[in-house]
Design a binder for this molecule. Structure first.
Ligand code: S3P
Length: 428
């Protein structure tokens, strides 16, 4: 499906964005493992969490009620059953990697696959340490690519230093650790998003962090507690940046998760000169939440984003690159090689697509250089099947000269159904 976007002058309103994708996956998985029934409020109703939901159904989990207030009948840690067919993670890296960790703990056979994009993404980073814990995993590419099969059970605790700043990998290992006896120690020098750690603690697990060291003690029983999902700061970012760029922008985004492992975008926007205010700070299930207010029109300046900052804004790089197009001077992003292993090779796709609009953007092996203020023009661009590319191009199109056509916009269903409707409602 194509969409045509006209330039805008104003972005105004008071909005909410859909539930946090990372927390939604974890809420579905962990509530399936508790003793008792869990109510989840505000789950993201989009294709990625739906993939997790269907895989869990394939493992015998029962869900009731509507998506906005879902009831999950926990199976306890030992109650999942052998699936009678392939589990399909669709386009979702989080589904695939977290479930590999969960399946590694199960004393049965399962197979996991995904769509064309997911079947190209690296899984060896997860399968290798899971094998070290005692699970059998194999599949294409010597056990590094989906489809993969797993025969789990009898796992031993692991001592492991993460070689990449991936919260999906860290979470897979913590899920497998649920099925061990002892202390699992993970060294995470990257401080990647910690939603899994927070959820384990909320459900009664003994997990603590001491600088880079995460210690998780098992066995344990997960307790049933209500879970509330805040809005996704990654989805909010498209609107934050559009409002910052609008000559007349004034936007309040309510109920957004502001977990400090995810708020790199707010720090960088402030450093660029944007006017963002954090209001009404509160907490849902150990996850900090706030309302975000942004006022547009402030002149932005280019920034340097280095490797240490990447995990805190990894999914926001595409839309930050768009913000950089309108900032004074150069923005240099480095240490972002992980972006090549997302739904698309985002460094490459961003460069190709934004150049169609006349942007000055240069691809580095592990980053981007963007020269701002050279002006962009409407063009015919493609999402290349990547939801965050589709939404980033839409933000660029709002401030280009002339209209822009974006092809393949149905991909926003992965993380943000209703994105274009909300964009239309808030801009003029
Ligand atoms: C996610 C972790 C990140 C992020 C992805 C969601 C998660 O991926 O890009 O959108 O929910 O754990 P990596 O773990 O591969 O960095």
């Amino acid at each position: 499906m194509d969409i045509t976007i006209e330039p805008c002058e104003k972005m105004l309103g008071q909005i909410r964005v859909p539930g946090d994708k990372s927390i939604s996956h974890r809420a579905l998985i962990f509530s399936s493992l508790v003793e008792g029934t869990v109510e989840i409020e505000g789950l993201l109703e989009a294709e990625d969490p739906l993939s997790t939901y269907k895989c869990l159904q394939g493992l015998g989990v029962e869900f009731n009620g509507d998506w906005n207030r879902l009831t999950v009948k926990g199976k306890g840690l030992r109650g999942l059953r052998e699936p009678d067919n392939f589990l399909d993670a669709g386009n979702s890296g989080t589904t695939a990697r977290l479930l590999l960790g969960l399946l590694a703990g199960q004393p049965f056979f399962s197979t996991l696959t995904g769509d064309n994009s997911l079947r190209k993404r690296p899984m060896g980073r997860v399968t290798e340490p899971l094998k070290e814990m005692g699970a059998f995993l194999d599949g294409r590419g010597g056990g590094t690519l989906l489809p993969l099969y797993v025969r789990g059970g009898n796992l031993a605790p692991l001592r492991y230093t993460l070689p990449v700043g991936s919260a999906q990998l860290k979470s897979a290992l913590l899920l497998a650790a649920l099925y061990t006896n002892g202390t699992t120690e993970i060294i995470d020098p990257f401080y990647s998003r910690d939603h899994t750690e927070r959820m384990i603690k909320y459900l009664g697990g003994r997990i603590k962090r001491d600088n880079e060291r995460i210690l998780f003690e098992t066995p344990l029983t997960l307790q049933a507690r209500e879970i509330q999902i805040p809005g996704d700061i990654s989805s909010a970012s498209f609107f934050l940046i559009a409002a910052a760029l609008a000559p007349r922008g004034e936007l309040l985004i309510e109920e957004v998760g502001i977990n400090p492992t995810r708020t790199g975008i707010l720090d960088v926007l402030k450093e660029m000169g944007a006017d963002v205010i954090i209001l009404n700070e509160r907490e849902y299930n150990y996850e900090p939440v706030a309302d975000l207010f942004i006022k547009g029109g402030a002149p932005l300046k280019g920034v340097e984003i280095n490797a240490a900052m990447i995990p805190r804004l990894v999914d926001e790089i595409p839309v930050l690159a768009v913000a950089a197009l309108f900032a004074e001077g150069e923005t240099v992003i480095k240490g972002a090689g992980e972006l090549r292993f997302k739904e698309t090779d985002r460094l490459n796709v961003l460069t190709l697509e934004l150049r169609k609009m006349g942007a000055f953007i240069e691809e580095l092996p592990d980053g981007l250089i963007i020269r701002g203020k050279s002006g962009i023009s409407g063009a015919c661009c493609s999402s290349q099947g990547d939801h965050r590319i589709a939404m980033s191009l839409a933000v660029a199109a709002l401030f280009a000269r002339g209209e822009t056509v974006i092809q393949g916009v149905e991909t926003v269903q992965i993380s943000f159904p209703g994105f274009f409707e909300l964009l239309k409602k808030t801009t003029s």
